[in-house]
Write a protein that binds this ligand. Structure first.
Ligand SMILES: [Zn+2]
Length: 164
């Protein structure tokens, strides 16, 4: 697995390990191309560190999901409700397999931990400890459909302000 220069894995004050920038990254800059292994929706494996990617561009299984189990530094990028990176994904036209990469959504200074918004579907929402002022209280997609699917015992954690 490649080690990307300019990024380092450290103990994180937010959760477990995290990925910290060692140099400045500018808005829009690619931070890391993920390396991983693919699992189908029905396969049994530890999905703790897997990206969930839509299969809309994959012939035959459109409308489903596949899991991309991260095995490089990207595995350790934590969630924040106020992230400084975004994940992009696509299907590699050569291999037919998914690829994913992280982009700085704002300028990132040396020493800053990288975060992206996991946006879990409501049924698998988890309490969030990201500490951001706009923390939703749960790691969950803010889409109303997903908020409605949050299991009852977790609902008291939700701190979403009304919008609109
Ligand atoms: Zn949060």
């Amino acid at each position: 697995m490649p080690i990307v220069s300019g990024l380092v894995v450290r103990r994180s004050p937010v959760h477990g390990y995290g990925v910290v920038a060692q140099r400045r990254f500018m808005t829009g800059e690619v931070l890391i191309h993920a390396e991983g292994f693919i699992y189908g929706e029905d396969e049994v494996f530890d999905d703790t560190y897997a990206l969930v990617l839509p299969t809309d561009d994959l012939p035959g299984i459109a409308g489903s999901f596949i899991y991309y189990d991260l095995v490089d530094q990207s595995r350790w990028i934590n969630h924040s409700c106020e992230p400084n990176t975004e994940v992009e994904s696509a299907i590699d036209s050569g291999t037919g397999l998914p690829i994913a990469w992280w982009i700085a959504s704002r300028d990132i200074e040396p020493g800053e931990e990288l975060f992206y918004d996991y946006a879990f579907v409501g049924s698998v929402a988890e309490p969030c400890g990201c500490g951001a002022p706009t923390c939703r209280g749960l790691i969950v997609d803010p889409d109303p459909v997903e908020l409605a699917a949050i299991p009852e015992p977790l609902r008291p954690h939700l701190r979403l302000r009304a919008t609109g």
